[in-house]
Design a protein around this ligand. Sequence first.
Ligand code: ATP
Length: 228
Amino acid sequence: MLEVMHLTKKYRKTLAVDDVSFSVPDGSIGILLGPNGAGKSTIIKSIAGLLRYDGEIRIQNFPGRSPEAKKVFGYVPEIPAMFDALTVAEHLEYIRRAYQSDITDEETGALLARFELEDKKDKLGNELSKGMMQKVSICCALAVKPKVMLFDEPMVGLDPKAIKELKDVIQELSRDGVTILISTHMLEMVKDIWEVMFVMDKGKILASYTREEAAHRDIDELFFTITE
Ligand code: ATP
């Protein structure tokens, strides 16, 4: 379970997130949908413990930014960052040590195989395409064996095949009980996978939906109104 309560974040004079509360149940796929500047990344980065904020965040019942919370979530940033001088395998080893993950060599091998990265494991960070870097970034996040996964605009810049693969991975994780939160400004990309949705604009959640409720409401229309 991921809970965000009265989250408020100000960057100097900009109120990026204004008293936002929501929760994503265990194993569900939650979406933060909103146009550029809505505050989605700020929420994801706050949950990932990268920002100071007001309000309360609980990840698997651990307070946000606590050492316990850090061990139960994985974070895939919008722009995958890799060390130029480390290989793919070394990135995974770095994560294993930094997060004291109990992932075994066999499990690491299976992770690389799942993402078709076995033949890339000796490649350096600066030798990979954006799509490959994103796969490595997801592997690194999964290497901590997370209970909660945070994806910031994960579909941007990916080709249709990579998007399909990513959605498959997200659905597999959800089936395995991992709680997922994805930020996106592209409703089309998540239409077939979402379970709870929070539509945002200007730092606020305008509407929340569950899949069952959405049949009776028109997310398209609301989203069109705020993005036109
Ligand atoms: P995008 O998809 O464009 O990243 P977003 O919904 O993720 O949009 P945020 O990146 O969270 O939105 O930005 C919310 C608001 O906070 C915007 O007005 C943005 O300009 C501002 N903002 C974000 N980061 C900073 C920062 N480091 N310093 C100052 N203002 C910031």
